[in-house]
Every structure is written in structure tokens, then in C-alpha cells.
Design a protein around this ligand. Structure first.
Ligand SMILES: [Zn+2]
Length: 363
């Protein structure tokens, strides 16, 4: 795109791009360094202080702070680049220059978003792996603890614990005294703390990633439709199902605490719906109808579907859902409705260029 710029702007735009392209690998390298350091540090900590939530919690907080710092560095660098591109744009005086600069901006903006995503996923990844490693250490410790017989409070006879995930009452076979037994530190952290969550989350990592991408895809739509939301909920359901299936296998008290896997998953999904306003539900259904009508190519059906919808949003919605033919039909309708002076073909071309730039910038 830079080749299309007038000579006076080309060198300046190229300098901004070169600067950005040089910065991104540096931040990626920093991410790898932090990962390597944290990897070794956390393994050591798990081995030494695995039974103590204090140091482990502090270490995970510190890790988060480091990754946030890297994200901030990236944000700041992007703000500078964005500002510098603005300055180049101030001196552009042809439509062609503006278009080329628009594409360059979208390209760099997408590169920024991808770099940000790599930082976020690097953190999520190591947080998940190390938390699960900690969970496994707690699991082994809890098992070792559970094999230690407990002495009866009254007669001192050995009592074999049978319930490990919560407190229980056990009658001594020798003297009949009721002993109240509590889970050890490791079992407590495993069942009531982070442990099982971390292990279940790790098992559902691929589903979590898919859910994360579905969320991004959903947020990437300027005008989402019912199907987009359904895809998001399906991804969330897949994650929580995998999560609770794993959780159930590890937790002897699962039924008592959560009921069935299905019930636990439904409770999670209900939280998604709780935040969904009816007006949004209706809006998505309306634009779903526009997208479906556009897909038929039937002008009459399209006209009926857009009645009551915002034409600009309708075009954008059909465009961002990948229907090129439907987009052209809608642009033609909009061109006529808004009595644009510019010839249809040129005007449509401009609209598409603008929308595709926006789309890439949101990627
Ligand atoms: Zn006893």
C-alpha cells in the first residue's frame, strides 16, 4: 500500500512502519524471556512452598503484573505510532494518499492487536500450566497426607480417614468417641481453593481457547446477528462442559456441591444470559433476518428485511458476514435511498474500501 503514496509521504510512512515492525519482535522476545524465567521460578516455588497459598498467590500476582507491564509497553508504542501516522495524514492532500494511509493504518493496527493477543495468551497459557502443576503437587500431597493414620482424640488409637475433601465425623472403633476430622492443608487447597479449578481448566484449555476466539469474533462484529451469539454460547457451553466433566471426575463431593454436570453448566450459561438485554436480542434477530434475506439475492425480500433497520448498519452487517453479492445489492438500495450524487460504482467502491479497512482494524 505504501507504494501508492506520493513520494513526499512515502519515505515518512515507510519510516513509521519500519519502526513498528522493528518494535514488535522485541516485545515478543521479552514475552519469551519472562515466560522462561517464570517457568523455572514457579516450578521451584511449587516444590518448596506448594502447601502455602501465600507465596504461590504472590508469585502469580507478580507474574500478572509483569505481563501487564509488557502489554502497557506495547500500548504506549502503538499510541506513538498512531500519532506519527496522524502527522503523515495531516500532510496528505489526495484521496489516493488518504486511502493508502488508511490501509497502512489498518495493517499496523491489526499487527498491534495480534501482538497484544500473543501477550495475553502467553500469560493465560503459563498461568494455566503452572496453576495445574501446582494442583498436581497438591493432589500428591493430599494423597500422602490421607494415608497417615489419625490418632483418636480420646484413646489415641489409629483412625483411618475415609473422607478427604471436607470435614467429617468418624467414630473410633476402639472407644466409640466421635472424632471430627478435617482435610489437611493440601486437600483444602485442592478442593476448596485453586487446585481442582486449575486442573479442570487445564483439561479444558482447547475449549477455553475456542471460547476466547468466539468472544473475539463476536466482539469483532460491529453488527452482530443471532447466529454469532449462538456460536458464542455454544463455545461457552463446550468449555464449561469439558471443565465440569473433569471437575466431577476429581471431586468426590461433586453431586453435593454442584448437582449434575448439566446443572453446573446451565448455571454458568445462565450468567451469560443475565447480561443480555432484550433490546440486543431483538436487534440481533432483526439483522439476522437482513443477512438471511441478503443471502437469497432477492431484492424484494431484502427490501422488506431492511424496513425499520438502519441502512448503514444493514450494509455493514451483510458485508462483515462475508456476503459480497448481498453487500452490492444493499449498497445500491442505500445509494438510491440517500440520493448520493456520486456514480454508484465509484461510491460503492469507496464504501467497501472503508468497511474492509474498519474490519481489518478490528481484527
Ligand atoms: Zn478412640
Amino acid at each position: 500500500m505504501i507504494e501508492l503514496l506520493s513520494p513526499a509521504l512515502k519515505a515518512r510512512a515507510q519510516a513509521v512502519k519500519t519502526k513498528w515492525d522493528g518494535f514488535v519482535p522485541k516485545i515478543d522476545a521479552r514475552v519469551q524471556e519472562v515466560l522462561a524465567e517464570a517457568d523455572a521460578g514457579l516450578d521451584e516455588l511449587i516444590a518448596l512452598h506448594g502447601n502455602d497459598p501465600g507465596p504461590m498467590g504472590a508469585a502469580f500476582s507478580a507474574l500478572q503484573v509483569r505481563f501487564r507491564g509488557l502489554g502497557q509497553k506495547l500500548d504506549e508504542a502503538w499510541e506513538k505510532i498512531d500519532g506519527e501516522l496522524d502527522q503523515v495524514r495531516d500532510d496528505a492532500d489526495s484521496a489516493r494518499d488518504h486511502e493508502a494511509l488508511g490501509h497502512l493504518w489498518a495493517e499496523l493496527r491489526a499487527s498491534y492487536a495480534q501482538a497484544k493477543e500473543r501477550i495475553d495468551l502467553a500469560y493465560e497459557g503459563i498461568y494455566t500450566r503452572k496453576n495445574a502443576a501446582w494442583g498436581r503437587a497438591l493432589w500428591s500431597q493430599a494423597q500422602r497426607d490421607s494415608q497417615q493414620p489419625v490418632a483418636c482424640v480420646k484413646c489415641g488409637a489409629a483412625i483411618q480417614q475415609t473422607v478427604f475433601h471436607q470435614s467429617s465425623n468418624l467414630t473410633c472403633a476402639h472407644c466409640g468417641a466421635v472424632n471430627q476430622l478435617h482435610p489437611g492443608m493440601a486437600a483444602g487447597l485442592l478442593f476448596q481453593g485453586q487446585g481442582l479449578h486449575a486442573l479442570a481448566h487445564e483439561q479444558a484449555w482447547n475449549e477455553w481457547l475456542a471460547m476466547h476466539r468466539a468472544e473475539q469474533a463476536y466482539n469483532g462484529h460491529r453488527v452482530p446477528i443471532t447466529r454469532d451469539r449462538d456460536a458464542l454460547l455454544a463455545a461457552a457451553r463446550a468449555y464449561w462442559t469439558r471443565y465440569y466433566v473433569a471437575f466431577q471426575q476429581m471431586h468426590p463431593g461433586f453431586a453435593e456441591a454442584f448437582g449434575s454436570v448439566q446443572q453446573a453448566v446451565d448455571a454458568r450459561l445462565a450468567q451469560h444470559s443475565a447480561w443480555d438485554a432484550p433490546v440486543e436480542v431483538q436487534r440481533r434477530a432483526q439483522y439476522q433476518a437482513v443477512v438471511d434475506a441478503a443471502a437469497t439475492g432477492d431484492r424484494g425480500a431484502i427490501q422488506r428485511a431492511v424496513a425499520g433497520a438502519d441502512l448503514d448498519d444493514a450494509v455493514r452487517c451483510v458485508f462483515e458476514h462475508g456476503d459480497a453479492r448481498g453487500t452490492m445489492i444493499l449498497l445500491e438500495l442505500q445509494h438510491r435511498a440517500e440520493q448520493e450524487d456520486e456514480p454508484l460504482v465509484r461510491w460503492s467502491g469507496e464504501q467497501i474500501a472503508r468497511m474492509s479497512r474498519d474490519l481489518r482494524a478490528r481484527a
